[in-house]
Design a binder for this molecule. Structure first.
Ligand SMILES: C[S@@+](CC[C@H](N)C(=O)[O-])C[C@H]1O[C@@H](n2cnc3c(N)ncnc32)[C@H](O)[C@@H]1O
Length: 361
């Protein structure tokens, strides 16, 4: 039963299955964690974050334990686009667990892939998943703003699938999730300049308010949360931060958890995601071959807006460039996941795909 789930230290079968129905597994981790309440269900033992002297354990239902699977979003649409480009090199600028790359390598025997990710753990998983295509792909740890330094060859397709993978979100030691209790980290790769701890403990009220309101909080809520964070310092763990946010928002509940936008804003700041996207798109513009496609899947309205404006500029929809040498693929509008995909993968709900093709000259 060990290592069924690579993020857990140990998974063992309960010895009194006849008492617990369905049978439970005892899951150990090296850092505190809680399962998403929606997944825990009703357990016949206490679940969620119990602690012994050296490790943390929880009882969970068997059905909750499965290997990390990241379902690639809009994979049919991406593969259909990849089928229309000339043969050559494809850059998967956010290779993650390799879902999109796998689909493209299966669909096209005349292409090779350069897979890039900031996160070495993601690259290790991608390497396992892409093994059947050994020799047709290379994986490099880098930021996608550097793709034109990493690749010495023009690419026929460049894909950005932004945000986090399931591997990162579900690794509760990394502090991305407000359902876990872990150190304030949120770094995507080893090349970080700051962690969530620095943002939470060292930014001024004004700076925090700015990043929170940029991420969609109202000015008043952003100010209140920023003020309460500064008052409560030092803050070491994600649980403390969640409590401060809940208190500042007086537990207000909408469709999403009250901590969602604040956690997202901190993550975006830690990983410099706004500048990464702008520079990544510029690098892609210079690296794409004639008739090649640049495609971006975003999960956040800010990212979608940056992509939209950039594509409007290089297609000449907004007259900025002296020579607009790109055209929209399919349409100027963003492509959304189908009803069927949303039913299979609720995480795809906010995904928006935009794509442009470089003209032949
Ligand atoms: C949504 S996941 C990609 C999933 C992938 N398409 C798949 O099918 O498995 C996003 C990935 O992008 C990586 N990432 C985010 N920002 C990055 C950046 N600036 N440079 C390189 N990789 C980045 C993350 O580490 C994560 O693994």
């Amino acid at each position: 039963m060990d290592n069924v789930y690579p993020l857990f230290k140990k998974v063992t079968q309960s010895t009194d299955d006849e008492v617990c129905s369905p049978p439970l597994l005892r899951v150990e981790t090296s850092s505190p964690f809680k399962f998403h309440p929606a997944n825990v269900g009703i357990l016949c033992r206490p679940g969620g974050g119990l602690q012994t002297s050296s490790s943390h354990f929880s009882w969970v239902h068997k059905t909750m334990i499965s290997p990390v699977v990241h379902k690639p979003v809009l994979v049919k649409e991406i593969t259909a686009m990849a089928n229309t480009v000339p043969s050559g090199l494809i850059i998967d600028a956010t290779v993650g667990l390799g879902g999109h790359s796998l689909a493209i390598l299966s669909a096209r025997s005349d292409i090779t892939i350069l897979g890039i990710d900031r996160d070495q753990k993601a690259l290790d998983e991608a390497n396992k998943n892409l093994k059947p295509f050994k020799g047709r792909y290379n994986l490099v740890q880098a930021r996608f703003s550097q793709i034109n330094e990493v690749s010495h060859q023009k690419a026929v397709f460049i894909l950005f699938d932004l945000g986090l993978s399931s591997l990162q979100l579900e690794d509760y030691s990394r502090g991305f999730s407000f359902y876990s209790n872990s150190k304030l980290d949120m770094t995507m790769g080893a090349d970080y300049e700051k962690t969530a701890w620095h943002v939470v403990n060292q930014y001024s009220v004004k700076a925090l308010q700015e990043i929170f309101s940029l991420n969609g909080e109202t000015k008043q809520v952003a100010y209140k949360v920023a003020q309460e964070i500064v008052k409560a310092r030092p803050i070491e763990y994600t649980n403390e931060l969640v409590e401060i946010i809940m208190a500042a928002k007086k537990g207000r509940r909408g469709k999403i958890h009250p901590a969602t936008k604040i956690f997202q804003a901190i993550r975006r700041e830690v990983n410099n995601e706004h500048n990464e996207l702008i520079n990544g798109l510029k690098s892609a513009q210079s690296l794409i071959a004639p008739n090649g496609i640049i495609a971006v899947i975003s999960y956040h309205s800010l990212e979608d807006r940056v992509t939209k404006v950039f594509f409007d500029e290089i297609t000449g929809h907004i007259k900025v460039e002296p020579v607009a040498n790109f055209s929209f693929v399919i349409s100027r509008k963003a492509i959304k996941p189908s009803e069927q995909e949303l039913a299979d993968n609720p995480r795809a709900r906010s995904a928006r795909l935009r794509a442009v093709r470089r003209n032949s000259k």
